[in-house]
Design a protein around this ligand. Structure first.
Ligand code: MG
Length: 300
């Protein structure tokens, strides 16, 4: 380990070039029960994120913290599509939605082959406009983050074509959670957080996207301590993952480069700010941010 600011832990010396010793880890807001699903809106210079148990989507910007939507159907993960619209996973309604420019809500997916989805958790959009989301059961195992109910479908990863066709593309993971494409979209990373959080498996799998559909599913990295709930990629292909002790930075070959140490369990993260160089971190009851010497990949 190399000496650095106390909120960074350098494992690979290269990580020392990724962080700035004089850039503080700041707590921006607090008072949440489980903050999740951050997404950056550069055009509005604000961040949206969920407080899942409290059934609200919050907005952090120049004017501080405000409520964006409440109730919010126990929304969890968010992203933006290629037209900049908000795409949201909702536990309460067990669906993925798009918020149109006029505020209307369009349902992207709520069932597969006639059966209700479990509780869509996290979502990304690929260059071709397809929407990819994970559907573990966390939102229906209790009434805390949604409404308790029996699962009708196995936990899977789905792809929704721009024409609306929904397809299960990964069906053999325990509980797929966060997901992210490599910058060139040659790989899809999917985190598995196990049947219960902090139970096996706790790893990130790497899928080959050469055929346009995820193939393989080799072990990329096993997160320790904690789990890889949310993941994001920077523009050089490093993967940044949530963990119990903060955010872990993983090189494209899967080895641990270093950590941003956060005093609460981290759920999710995203890049934002003027140059996509500010890492926003949702961590249990708080929202944190730190400026890095790296930039997020082009798209959320
Ligand atoms: Mg998640």
């Amino acid at each position: 380990m190399t000496a650095s600011a106390s909120w960074f832990e350098i494992v690979d010396p290269t990580f020392g070039h990724y962080v700035l010793d004089n850039a503080p880890l700041k707590k921006l807001a607090e008072g949440f029960d489980w903050a999740e699903g951050p997404v950056w809106f550069g055009d509005q210079q604000c961040l949206l994120f969920s407080d899942v148990p409290n059934d609200r989507i919050l907005r952090y910007g120049y004017s501080g913290l405000t409520t964006f939507r409440a109730p919010a159907n126990h929304a969890n993960g968010h992203t933006r599509d290629r037209q900049g619209r908000l795409i949201s996973c909702e536990h309460g309604t067990r669906r993925v939605t798009r918020t149109e420019w006029d505020g209307q809500i369009t349902v992207i997916a709520d069932s597969y082959r006639g059966k209700r989805l479990n509780s869509p958790n996290d979502v990304v959009v690929s260059r071709d406009g397809a929407i990819w989301f994970t559907d573990p059961h966390y939102g229906i195992v209790s009434d805390y983050e949604g409404f308790r109910a029996e699962a009708e479908l196995p936990c899977s990863v789905y792809r929704v074509d721009p024409d609306g066709t929904i397809e299960a593309v990964i069906t053999d993971m325990a509980c797929p959670n966060g997901l992210a494409f490599s910058p060139d979209e040659s790989r899809l990373y999917v985190a598995d957080t196990g049947r219960a959080f902090h139970a096996d498996p706790q790893h990130i799998l790497s899928f080959d996207m050469g055929t346009g559909r995820p193939k393989g599913g080799s072990l990329f990295h096993r997160i320790d301590p904690g789990c890889a709930d949310g993941i994001r990629v920077d523009d050089e292909g490093n993967l940044w993952s949530s963990a119990r002790d903060g955010v872990h930075c993983l090189a494209p070959d899967g080895h641990l480069m270093g950590k941003v140490l956060v005093p609460e369990v981290v759920s999710n993260l995203c890049f934002g700010g003027r140059a996509k160089h500010r890492l926003f971190i949702t961590a249990t009851t708080g929202l944190y941010a730190v400026v890095l010497n790296r930039r997020g990949a082009q798209w959320p």
